[in-house]
Write a protein that binds this ligand. Structure first.
Ligand SMILES: Nc1ncnc2c1ncn2[C@@H]1O[C@H](COP(=O)(O)OP(=O)(O)OP(=O)(O)O)[C@@H](O)[C@H]1O
Ligand SMILES: [Mg+2]
Length: 305
């Protein structure tokens, strides 16, 4: 199996605080690898180590065969990275931004024009090349930032919350581009808080407090993580009633999903008791990724407290 990223017990501390704790992951060539976890769980810190811009405190890892520490310079040249606070020049046009990054990556002059045209096409920015970045909407800016990260045709692309703050249509477009890249053999590691995006990943790693809590395909996570019987209830005033419900001996967890309540029962046999308690008929449902992550985050929290 060809792995383009491997880490073993990768750890990073800041003073006495451990941001990434013995993380061991493997990423295959051409896969879309979703990296999920609550705020502050260590996603950006991990990505910065994988990009060769932050040294690990202990543990080891490789990216495209290069050691994270000894090969950091090589890694930086070979990867594409779109940071959470990506930087574009507002007072330059889309084209000029791409030209700037082409220069940074020392793309030969004679290739630059073609390469930039290729990036504009790939990132669905054709027709916008002469616009000042300041005048572009959020979705266009994000696609331009991705195009800049791709200008050197990297074998692996690290995207740190690339779609935060943009519309569902923009997010969908962005993921279509990612899927096209993956089909061409580019490996993409992407952090996101959006479940519809996580759903499109081939593999998902979920981290909490710097530790790997789960790592599997979306389908396997949905089938295997939740133990018990998940039901959906349309309960008036649900928000006020979760506390009471969670006190019931056969209820493991409760969470609000829009106007509906998801209740995790010990088993299907508890359904009648729940219905009698609420006075409403609950329906058994298949867990969504959101259910999986709420459950994982709660489990992780229980473990530390
Ligand atoms: N340079 C630093 N010095 C001290 N602490 C840091 C530093 N960088 C990150 N941290 C801390 O490490 C923890 C993990 O941060 P990180 O940015 O990796 O989280 P994250 O999962 O990317 O969060 P978010 O979803 O909010 O982007 C946080 O508690 C953060 O405050
Ligand atoms: Mg982050």
């Amino acid at each position: 199996m060809e792995y383009v990223v491997t880490t073993r017990d990768l750890t990073r501390t800041f003073g006495s605080f451990t941001a990434v704790n013995k993380l061991s992951i493997k990423i295959k060539r051409g896969e879309i690898y979703g990296f999920l976890g609550p705020n502050g769980s260590g996603k950006t810190t991990t990505i910065r180590m994988l990009c060769g811009i932050l040294a690990p405190t202990s543990g080891s890892g490789t990216v495209l065969g290069h050691d994270l520490v000894r090969g950091a310079e090589k890694i930086k040249q070979k990867i594409g990275y779109m940071s959470q606070k990506f930087s574009l020049y507002d007072d330059l046009t889309a084209f000029e931004n791409l030209e700037f990054y082409a220069g940074m990556y020392s793309i030969p002059y004679r290739e630059r024009k073609n390469r930039i045209a290729e990036m504009l096409e790939l990132s669905l920015l054709e027709g916008k090349e002469r616009e000042l970045v300041a005048n572009l909407s959020g979705g266009f800016k994000q696609r331009l930032a991705m195009a800049c990260a791709l200008i050197s045709r990297p074998a692996i692309l690290f995207l740190d919350e690339p779609t935060s703050g943009t519309s569902p249509v923009s997010r969908r477009m962005f993921f279509q581009i990612i899927q096209r890249l993956a089909n061409e053999g580019v490996t993409v590691m992407v952090t996101t808080h959006f479940m519809d995006e996580a759903e499109r990943c081939y593999n998902i790693a979920f981290i909490s407090e710097g530790m790997l809590i789960a790592n599997d395909t979306p389908d396997n996570l949905k089938n295997n993580v939740i133990e018990g019987c998940l039901v959906e209830v349309d309960l008036p005033g649900a928000l006020q009633r979760t506390g009471d419900l969670e006190k019931l001996p056969y209820v493991k967890e409760c969470s609000i999903h829009g106007p509906l309540l998801h209740v995790l029962l010990e088993s299907e046999r508890d359904l009648d008791a729940l219905n009698r308690f609420t006075g409403v008929a609950a329906t058994i449902i298949r867990p969504s990724l959101e259910d999986v992550f709420i459950s994982l985050a709660k489990k992780a929290k229980r473990r530390v407290t």
